[in-house]
Design a binder for this molecule. Structure first.
Ligand code: G4P
Length: 193
């Protein structure tokens, strides 16, 4: 998505070789028209996959996921991050470790918002090591759905997330793929949409 790459070059900042700051349009402030375009791009790339539901992880995945759900005309469901395990018949949880934040959390799905047979487009803001996407996919599958594709706004292509997910047979659709970054430069490889 050329418009997204241009935005990253204009308003993003590589804090170091690993972390890309995009707080002005994705993480803290949200560029709604850009998210609408991201939603259309995901919807177009997922055409023909029979998506029945868009699922995301709070909080920064919500904006692009909502726009994608709107473009596809399907419901959007949010996986929450909980600090503790909850014992409840309607809740599915799995532990996810974030290497970026060096902390673990309980990824939490309310089961009744995934129906058996649902074909899910999972959306998240960043793909780093793929831990969050892998945990989310596990919960969706436990609830009886299948993950038809995983849509990522910004993939850090120099980290192993894509290899982990494609190795497990998931289709990854990234709108921007950062191959290398550092002080004053951000480089891309070809994106999926
Ligand atoms: P992984 O799931 O692919 O293994 O990624 P990881 O745990 O390392 O990432 C955890 C959090 O850090 C996620 O946010 C992710 O969006 C964010 N993140 C990872 N790399 C970057 C980066 O280079 N720049 C920015 N801005 N964020 C990054 P989160 O904890 O889910 O936060 P939020 O969704 O509540 O904002």
């Amino acid at each position: 998505m050329l418009q997204l790459e241009e935005k990253i070059l204009r308003d993003g900042r590589a804090l170091n070789e690993d972390v890309l700051l995009v707080d002005s349009f994705l993480n803290n402030q949200v560029d709604a028209p850009l998210m609408a375009e991201a939603g259309k791009a995901f919807a177009e790339a997922a055409k023909g996959l029979g998506i029945t539901r868009v699922i995301t992880i709070e909080s920064s995945g919500i904006a692009p996921a909502l726009m994608t759900a709107m473009a596809l005309g399907v419901p959007m469901v949010i996986l929450k991050k909980s600090t503790s395990r909850i014992l409840n018949d309607d809740i599915l949880q799995t532990e996810v470790f974030s290497f970026t934040k060096n902390a673990a959390y309980q990824l939490t799905l309310k089961k009744r918002f995934v129906l058996p047979g649902d074909r899910v487009l999972l959306i998240d803001d960043f793909l780093a090591r793929g831990e969050a996407a892998q945990g989310a996919s596990k919960l969706i599958e436990q609830a009886g759905g299948s993950v038809a594709a995983i849509g990522i706004v910004i993939e850090k292509a120099f980290q192993p997330g894509r290899a982990l997910l494609t190795g497990k047979g998931y289709k990854v659709i990234s709108l921007a793929r950062v191959s290398k970054m550092g002080e004053g430069f951000i480089e891309f490889v070809e994106a999926d949409a």
